[in-house]
Write a protein that binds this ligand. Structure first.
Ligand SMILES: Nc1ncnc2c1ncn2[C@@H]1O[C@H](COP(=O)(O)OP(=O)(O)OP(=O)(O)O)[C@@H](O)[C@H]1O
Length: 249
């Protein structure tokens, strides 16, 4: 399998608290890859290191064959490494369409700045509308994003990230706070986006059932260390994982 992302021996501590301890894994092109683990295991820290919010003290992150050391989150996003956050990161007063258009800007490389303004705006809007349509958000396109029910706001956030046409999208607990039906809808949209636009997905998620059902491979973290790395079928059988979750799996 061709790797789109490789993380080698990542270490990071916060004032003596070891958040990542020698974490090594790789994500294959087109995979749906999950990172799970108990609270405080280092999952969000790992996403922050991959997306450039933090720099690892040791180890390297290689994306599409390129070492990301020293690259800012914006530079990483431009290379095709997208991200959604725990909690909502949308502009509440802005319309759904404008939120998604902001994300779509990333999908239009700088040369398109040379296009006439109207032409560029038209293309941007057409692509944003396509993404909205895909995620069944078109009926809400003119509503201020903050006025929508929570589940739809989460979907707007995912739409904005997908509109940037990332090669790899990092998702931090995309299903938190969603109803079962909303979770099933989101799962379908993510799987469809992978199929349609060739986006690789790496998600941190607490809903173990959804993770084991949807993911191709899983990395389990506990106290910053990788406990398990492999197919979902092995997660429940692994004694170290069972111990870390104290019977939760
Ligand atoms: N900016 C920071 N400053 C100090 N300590 C931090 C910081 N970020 C994370 N930590 C610590 O690092 C460890 C890992 O935290 P992290 O948020 O990555 O875990 P997590 O697996 O995402 O947890 P959760 O499931 O609760 O979101 C924890 O002990 C946390 O307190």
């Amino acid at each position: 399998m061709g790797w789109i992302l490789e993380a080698n021996d990542l270490h990071l501590s916060f004032k003596g608290v070891k958040a990542l301890v020698g974490v090594t894994f790789a994500v294959g092109e087109g995979e749906f890859f999950a990172v799970i683990g108990p609270n405080g295991a280092g999952k969000t820290t790992l996403l922050n290191v991959l997306s450039g919010v933090y720099e690892a003290e040791k180890g390297e992150v290689v994306f599409l064959g390129q070492d990301l050391k020293g690259k800012t989150p914006q530079e990483r996003a431009r290379l095709g490494l997208g991200r959604t956050f725990q909690g909502l990161e949308i502009f509440r007063g802005m319309s759904v369409l404008d939120n998604v258009k902001l994300g779509a800007e990333l999908a239009f490389p700088s040369y398109s700045l040379a296009l006439p303004k109207a032409e560029r705006e038209w293309r941007l809007r057409a692509w944003a509308e396509e993404v909205l349509d895909y995620l069944h958000l078109s009926p809400f396109r003119h509503a201020p994003a903050g006025m929508l029910p929570y589940g739809l706001q989460k979907r707007v956030e995912v739409a904005r990230a997908l509109a940037g046409k990332p090669r790899l999208l990092l998702l931090d607990e995309p299903m938190a706070g969603l109803s079962l039906e909303e979770k099933q809808d989101l799962a379908r949209f993510l799987l469809d986006a992978r199929e349609e636009w060739g986006i690789t997905l790496l998600w941190v998620e607490h809903d173990l059932r959804a993770v084991l059902e949807l993911s191709d491979r899983v990395l389990v973290l506990s106290y910053g260390e990788a406990l398990y790395y492999g197919p979902p079928e092995g997660v429940r059988k692994d004694p170290k994982v069972a111990e870390a979750y104290l019977g939760q799996v």
